[in-house]
Design a protein around this ligand. Structure first.
Ligand SMILES: *Cc1c(COP(=O)(O)O)cnc(C)c1O
Length: 216
């Protein structure tokens, strides 16, 4: 059933859109089913869980960290994380850079922009993103690379509202992309709104419930 969901989604979206299977709170056995069907990109919200799952599952999985970052835990994912979607502070980049140097790798990151109206949703503003990208601190880091943006839309039935938020993110993305050849990922769209996100320019969607089902 999980695998059927994945293939159904895949067959209804353009091939340039990458699907991240969000496996938070899902057991290893379910993740393995999706893996066996060919899925290699998985996303997790909590570092402890991400580390445990990385240990237990095949090593060719590309692990995406999509949840809020706690500075004191970032060090645990430095040796393997593929893409960190949720950068909100230069401090996060500093820690990742240090870890990446230790492990002799470059860690790819996205800046999370706040596009939703809900206060508790994470992310930084466009201006804060500019400040990070232009800062000497960032420009001197050799082992982290910001390659795009991530955003979460307001949880709403109002499609126009969701669409406006995604369009805003796409607009910012294009401004950065014009000045920066490395910018190529815009991570937006979840189970409830990925079709809207794709219409608004998304090339990476993060899908949990629509793949794994709404119950454990
Ligand atoms: C949980 C989560 C998702 C997946 O949400 P679904 O509604 O299950 O598709 C995507 N992105 C982030 C940041 C999440 O926390």
């Amino acid at each position: 059933m999980n695998v059927g969901n994945l293939f159904k989604i895949k067959s209804n979206i353009p091939s340039y859109v990458k699907i991240i299977a969000v496996s938070k709170n899902k057991p290893i056995s379910k993740i393995k089913e999706i893996y066996d069907a060919g899925q290699r990109d998985f996303g997790e919200n909590y570092i402890n869980e991400l580390v445990e799952k990385h240990k237990s599952l095949p090593k060719d999985i590309r692990w995406h960290m999509i949840g809020k970052l706690q500075s004191n835990k970032i060090k645990y994912i430095g040796n393997f994380v593929y893409l960190v979607h949720s950068i909100e502070k230069i401090k996060h980049l500093k820690i990742l850079n240090k870890e990446a140097i230790k492990h002799n790798r470059v860690i790819q990151c996205l800046l999370q922009i706040k596009i939703a109206e809900e206060k508790k949703k994470s992310g930084i503003t466009y201006l804060e993103a500019i400040q990070i990208l232009k800062s000497d601190i960032y420009l001197n880091m050799k082992n982290v690379k910001i390659i795009g943006l991530m955003g979460i839309a307001t949880f709403s039935q109002n499609k126009n509202k969701i669409s406006d938020e995604f369009k805003y993110l796409y607009q910012i993305f294009n401004i950065f992309k014009e000045k920066n050849n490395e910018f190529n990922i815009i991570s937006m769209g979840m189970s409830n709104d990925y079709n809207i996100a794709i219409k608004c320019g998304s090339n990476m969607i993060r899908i949990g419930n629509a793949i794994f089902g709404f119950r454990n």
